[in-house]
Design a protein around this ligand. Sequence first.
Ligand code: SF4
Ligand code: SF4
Length: 242
Amino acid sequence: MSRPQFPEAVYRLKSDEPFNFACHPGVPCFTDCCKMLELALTPYDVLRMRRGTGLTSQQLHDQYIIEERGEQDMFPKYYLTMIDDGQASCAFVDKEKGCAIYSHRPGACRAYPLGRAAVRTRSGELHQHFVLMKESHCKGFAESVEQTPEKYSQDQDLVSYNRFNDAIATLIQHDKIRQGLFMPNDEQLRFYTLALYNIDVFRAQVHAGTLNIGEVPSSVLDNDEELLLFAIDWLKDLYFQS
Ligand code: SF4
Ligand code: SF4
């Protein structure tokens, strides 16, 4: 269900290369991997978790999200809080029922045991590379269900998550950042968190006209996914066009 912190073995896989894996309530290790995690959240994870919990993005931050920014980090990182139950379990896990926000669970929880790297060429073409992370405690590999990275990504609805992660990569891996030509100031950092990780407050501020963004069509403002894509483009303009 979720990703490991230290995989014991990692294998490269082609997108159509088969492997055996299935995770379901019948596996003996069911939910074992939903504890002791460092579960980094993407902006799209937060967007979807709002739907799964019925909470606003601000309420999610207040109750379930921790912010960290190390000395080497250009931007803050956001992690799902683990609860203090002696096992550092995810706040949404139930030993028998599984994940309480299953249909809106974070992308990392969907992807395990697959890892994906996306590389965009200079001509704009996107290449995907996959790895399989094998851990002995995960009994899902003993299930005789044949997968391929491509099939598994579709079954887990990773395609939607990857779409937004790839869009965000155009911001956080921008040439100006790679070349050391950009360092965000405090206001730019505040806008990063607001626009990408706190979509409800961002929307309210755009509505109220307090961000000096200009007119945003209601087809964008009223649609979470469109608003997130808009936010990414807005930040790129704000950071790199001046
Ligand atoms: S969000 Fe769901 S799948 Fe992910 S770690 Fe928590 S309980 Fe497990
Ligand atoms: S089969 Fe693997 S992914 Fe599924 S619950 Fe067990 S350890 Fe987690």
